[in-house]
Design a protein around this ligand. Structure first.
Ligand code: SF4
Length: 511
C-alpha cells in the first residue's frame, strides 16, 4: 500500500489515502517478512531535489509528470504535483518514485493548465509525507504552492521571528518559510511580496511557485542550484512555458531550451506572458560545481555548459595530472562513465565496462539472513572478470566520502583478478560538508577531512590514488563567461556566513 496526500482535489476531502502499490518489493514477498536495509548507508552523496513548472498546457499535470520522470535522479524519496486552473489549486504527493505515485488514476485527479512538481531527497525537515513537496499553504495572500531545490541557511532565525509574529507552520520543511514570509510581507502586490521574501532568506534555492492563476520561478542571488526556462511551441495559441532543474527534462517534454533563470531573478508567467525582475543584485555568483561533477545528468546543460563536456574534460585533465601505466580504464558506473571516457581517450588506453551496475536495485533491499561481506556493494555492482583478470586497472570514480564503499570496490576488482588497481577521482578531496542542499556527512566522517591522500590510499587498499586538482576542476567547468562556482566542500571556504559550526569540526581520530 502507498500513502498519498490529497489537498484541494475535486471530490476528495483533504486527507491521506492508501493506494495499492508496493513496487520496491517483489509481489511474492509479504512486506512484514522482509528485512529492509538501506543500500550502503551513508557512503554516497545524495541528490537533493528536482523541480518543474508548466504554464499554459491543457494537460499540465502530465507534462509535470514527464518532467519529474526525467529528474528522478535528483531525488527518489517522494514526489508531488500541484495543478491550478484559475480557480482551484490541487496538490497530490506521496512517498516513492514518480512513476509509482502518479498512476493514470492519480493524474486524472489533477486537472488544470498550470502545474508545478517536485521530486525530493530530504535534506531538512523529516521525511514525512507532509514535508514532501509541493507544499500548499492557504495564506493571507491566497493559496500558494511551492517546490524548492536547495537549502536555506538562516532558517532558525527567520522561523523564530515569524513564529513570534504569529506564523503557524504546517510543516518542518524550510521551503514553507518562504511562503510564510510572503504571507507576512507588507508589500502591496503578490510579486512584490515574493521578491521581498526571497531577499530575506540566505542559502540555496531554485524554486517554482504557483497561485490559482500564475507561475513564478526564482533562483537565489548566488545561483547555487540550476533552473532553466523552456518553451513548447504551439502554432494555434500561446506557447507553453516550462521550467526545470535540468534541461534533460525539456527533451521529454519536446520543449526548446530558452535560457537559464538568472541568479537573483524572479520570473512571473501569466496569461499575458512572461515578465521578470532582478530582486537581488551585486551578490557574487557561487553555482554548485558538484552539479557538474556528479548530480546533473550528462545530457543536461547547466550554468551555461553541457555536463557531458565538463565531465569529459575532468577525465582528460585527470589523465594529464596523474596518469599511470595501465592496461584498461574502468568507470565506477554510472556517474564515473563520462570522465572515464575522457581519461581513456587522453591516455590512449582502452575503456572497458569492467563493473556492471544492477539498475533494478532500489533504495532498499531484502537482506539475506546471513550477512554477506560487502553485500550492499555486490548487490549494486558486479565485476566482469574476463575484462579485469591479470590487468593493471585504472578505476575512475567521482568522489570518496567515508572511504568504505571505495574500499569494497577496489577489493571487488582485485578479487576479480586485477594485477593492480589504481583509483582516480574526478574532483578534489571532499573535506567539508555542504550546507546548500547536498546531503554530506559532517566533517568528522569525511575521510579526506581527516587523512592524507596516502592514508586514504592505504585505507581503500589501492595501489595508487589521485584526485583532480581544484584548478583543474575549475578549468574543466569554465564556460568562458567567468562563471563563478561554490567549491566549499573541497576548500572549506563557504560563500555564505551561516554554517553549522558543529558540522565542520574535524574528527578526533584518524582511520
Ligand atoms: Fe556544491 Fe559543495 Fe558548494 Fe555544496 S559545498 S553547494 S556540494 S560545491
Amino acid at each position: 500500500m502507498m500513502q498519498l496526500l490529497f489537498q484541494g482535489v475535486d471530490g476528495v476531502a483533504d486527507r491521506t489515502a492508501e493506494v495499492r502499490s508496493c513496487p520496491s518489493l517483489p509481489s511474492t514477498v509479504p512486506a512484514d517478512s522482509c528485512s529492509l536495509q538501506p543500500v550502503e548507508p551513508g557512503d554516497t552523496l545524495h541528490e537533493e531535489c528536482g523541480v518543474v513548472a508548466v504554464h499554459g498546457h491543457p494537460d499540465a499535470a502530465r507534462q509535470a509528470y514527464l518532467g519529474l520522470y526525467a529528474l528522478q535522479h535528483r531525488g527518489q524519496e517522494s514526489a508531488g504535483i500541484a495543478t491550478a486552473n484559475g480557480q482551484h489549486l490541487s496538490n497530490i504527493k506521496g512517498m516513492g518514485l514518480v512513476s509509482e505515485i502518479f498512476t493514470e488514476d492519480v493524474l486524472h485527479k489533477l486537472p488544470g493548465t498550470m502545474a508545478i512538481g517536485h521530486t525530493r531527497y530530504s535534506t531538512t525537515g523529516d521525511s514525512a509525507l507532509l514535508n514532501a513537496q509541493p507544499i500548499r499553504v492557504d495564506s493571507t495572500k491566497g493559496l500558494i504552492a511551492i517546490a524548492h531545490n536547495g537549502n536555506l541557511v538562516n532558517l532558525g532565525n527567520v522561523r523564530e521571528r515569524l513564529e513570534r509574529e504569529g506564523a503557524y507552520f504546517q510543516t518542518t520543511s524550510d521551503s514553507e518559510i518562504i511562503v510564510q514570509l510572503i504571507a507576512h510581507s507588507g508589500r502591496h502586490t503578490l510579486v512584490d511580496c515574493i521578491a521581498d521574501s526571497l531577499a530575506q532568506v540566505e542559502g540555496a534555492f531554485s524554486i517554482v511557485m504557483m497561485t490559482r492563476d500564475r507561475i513564478f520561478a526564482a533562483r537565489d542571488p548566488r545561483g547555487f542550484r540550476p533552473l532553466s526556462m523552456g518553451r513548447i511551441r504551439n502554432p494555434n495559441g500561446p506557447d507553453t512555458i516550462v521550467f526545470a532543474s535540468e534541461t534533460c527534462a525539456f527533451d521529454l517534454l519536446r520543449a526548446e531550451y530558452e535560457r537559464d533563470v538568472l541568479p537573483g531573478e524572479l520570473v512571473m508567467v501569466t496569461e499575458d506572458g512572461v515578465t521578470s525582475r532582478q530582486y537581488a543584485t551585486g551578490v557574487p555568483q557561487s553555482s554548485c560545481i558538484f552539479e557538474h561533477v556528479y548530480f546533473a545528468r550528462p545530457d543536461s546543460r547547466i550554468f551555461g555548459r553541457w555536463v557531458q563536456e565538463s565531465r569529459d574534460q575532468m577525465g582528460r585533465q585527470l589523465a594529464r595530472e596523474s596518469g599511470v601505466p595501465a592496461d584498461v580504464i574502468v568507470p565506477v558506473p554510472d556517474s564515473g562513465v563520462t570522465a572515464a571516457l575522457g581519461y581513456a581517450e587522453e591516455a590512449r588506453l582502452p575503456f572497458r565496462m569492467g563493473l556492471i551496475r544492477n539498475h533494478y536495485v532500489g533504495r532498499t533491499f531484502i537482506e539475506p539472513e546471513q550477512r554477506v561481506r560487502d553485500f550492499g556493494v555486490r548487490l549494486k555492482l558486479n565485476p566482469v572478470r574476463n575484462l579485469l583478470e591479470g590487468k593493471r586497472v585504472v578505476l575512475i570514480d567521482d568522489s570518496i566520502i567515508r572511504g568504505t564503499t571505495s574500499r569494497k570496490i577496489v577489493r571487488m576488482v582485485r578479487g576479480a583478478g586485477a594485477k593492480e588497481v589504481h583509483l582516480r577521482i574526478s574532483c578534489p578531496p571532499t573535506i567539508s560538508p555542504c550546507f546548500y542542499g547536498v546531503d554530506t556527512p559532517s566533517k568528522r566522517d569525511l575521510i579526506a577531512a581527516n587523512n592524507s591522500v596516502e592514508q586514504i590510499r592505504h585505507f581503500i587498499e589501492a595501489d595508487s590514488l589521485a584526485y583532480l586538482s581544484l584548478e583543474g576542476l575549475l578549468k574543466c567547468c569554465d564556460n568562458g563567461e567567468s562563471n563563478r562556482f561554490c567549491t566549499a566542500c573541497y576548500t572549506g571556504n563557504y560563500p555564505t556566513q551561516w554554517v553549522d559550526v558543529d558540522e565542520i569540526l574535524p574528527a578526533t581520530a584518524n582511520v
